[in-house]
Ligand binder design. Sequence first.
Ligand code: ADP
Length: 714
Amino acid sequence: MRFPKGHRLLHLVLNKDSLTGYRERVKLLNQYILPLILLALLFTFFLFRNSDEIDASAYFAFFLFAALSLCGVLLFRLAQERTARKSAESNARVHAARLSNIYNSGIIGLLYTRFDGVITEANDVFLDMIGYSRSDLEQGLISWADMTPPEYKEISELALVQLREKGACEPFTKEYRRKDGGRVYVLLASSLLTKGDHAEILTYAIDITNLKESEKREQALGLKIRHQQEEMFRVLNEAPVAIVIRKGPELAIEYANQTALNYTPFDRAQAAGTSVDAFHQRLKTGVDITPLKNVYLTGKAVKGKALPVKYDRDGRGNLTEGWFDYVWEPTFAEEGNVTGVATFTFEVTDLMHANARLKANEQHFRFIADAIPHKMWTSGADGVATYYNQGWMEYLQETDIGQLRAKAWEAVHPDELDYVTAQWSSTVGKGEDMEMEHRLCRHDGVYQWHLTRVCACKDENGQVTMYVGSSTNIHEQKTAAIALRLSNEKKDEFLGVATHELRTPITSMKASLQSLERAALAGTGPDKALSLVSLANRQVNKLTGIVNDLTDVSKIQSGKLQLNKSVFTLSDSVKELIADFELQKTDCSFVIQAGDELPVNADKIRIDQVISNLISNAVKYSPSNATISILVETTQNRTVCSVTDEGIGIPEELQPFIFDRFFRVHPSSQMFSGLGLGLFISSEIVKQHGGSMEVQSQEGKGSCFSFALPISDL
Ligand code: ADP
């Protein structure tokens, strides 16, 4: 914007400056030069009048000189006037240029107003500020009084008073209502240009809306920061951790939150400024605070767990015991040097007590777990064992947990390993309880049946936290159950076999008697009758044998088996019995091997029954023309009789049951008659003599049954 040509501001400045210069110069002329000229003229006039020789030409010359002097003075004054005017104009142009710069600066609004509010002139900056156009201005539509909101009336009145009294008012801020209804913040200052009712006021206005906005924002920000600080301190104050901020080499308390104060007899005011030494002395902690001081000296943080502290909480001398986790952090100034130490202390006393209780419970559990005969273990949710009780350690003869983990799995019987592995995987996968029966190998290699139960322990969210397992030795029950099952099977078989065994000789005997009857009626010769009678006799003997066996079983079970002991040698019995067998014309051959032998004191009839049973079994379960060896010898105060055959043998897994009642390897076989009582009766007879009986056999290769009796001490 250009400064308008012929603007009255320029005239005003010019006039003002020229007037001032003119007045000064007239004053100078009036005060000094004119009186001097007049004095000179008066002096000359009196000089001429007192002279006798003065004529008309002299008067003329005098008046000419006076006229010329006045003209000179006037010319001098005019020249001076011109110079002064030029100087004033030059000054005015400089002022005008400066004012023009302000006017055209685009920053400062300038306006000419009157006391009644009328704005007579304004630059574009001001018009932009208030949103009015130049045409609005020219139509006289703009009034600062109308634009001033009511809340600024007072300050505006004050400015007007200052203007009236001092010709200027101090800068002040207010708002103007813009044409569009918005508001603009302005910094105003005014000076009076003319006086009177229509006095003109020059006002400058600077738009400080942005400044005010940023001031407002700053204020809002400051308020927010204050709120946040207050909130932070409130949170810190109520935090369940004791926070203390200490400053300076004395580590004097600058801030302590309420939780920290609760551990002391101090209130906030008493705590403030207390040095770390004084603090610990007052609380009688006895804690070595050197490490805390070192944090200040080194600038390095320190943290620790479960520090036991006794302290005088209420200041009455009663020491409270507690455990604390702590973090000591150095605080730094902007330059980086350490200014103090902030301590964060968490009380973990409850946790320590809970841990102690847990430990006691664990010891209690371990004590119980070790006291019971069962094998117990625990594992994490991942299935990895964490504990084995005494029962396991004894069973596997191992105490190392790592070894136990491996050995417990190795102990599972190979036949059940797949089953046990599948069951355990399923349990861990689903987090379910489980129960299974399997065999476990004892440290001495013996497998025993166990019932294993696994219980999945879960938290309140149903997540498995651990598994607890127990393996109970059920070997006796299991083998008893097997034995019972086998025994029942044997009983059923016995009934079938007994029926068969009894019917066969009876049928045969009946047939013989009928034939004998027919022979008697027909008068057939005695030879035929004799053979029929002997056949019937053999069947009767067989029946007698069966009945005897059953009677013996009954006696054994009721403990009524009587022994009539005498001293004799086993080899003598063997020889007599072999002779009987040979009389029966068996197709087997017998070999008697006699070693060093000492006599026994036993019931000869019963021992003969044992030897006879072993030899007849050897014959029965051997092929034709087989050789049966009988050895009698005395070793270690026992005389042993062994009967070895080359027969069908006995499968290894059935050998443990061979001396059981009614047990037969081939129960339903019609090929071998028998009730499965002979070996049972024999082993019982031997046992009653304080001896023992055993078998060694290989299926398809033959068997060796032997019994040992104590030698006679008579
Ligand atoms: P049994 O009357 O059935 O022979 P035992 O008690 O004498 O009754 O024998 C029981 C079972 O033992 C027999 O059924 C048979 O299967 C088996 N046994 C006994 N001795 C022998 C042997 N020497 N060779 C093979 N198997 C035998």
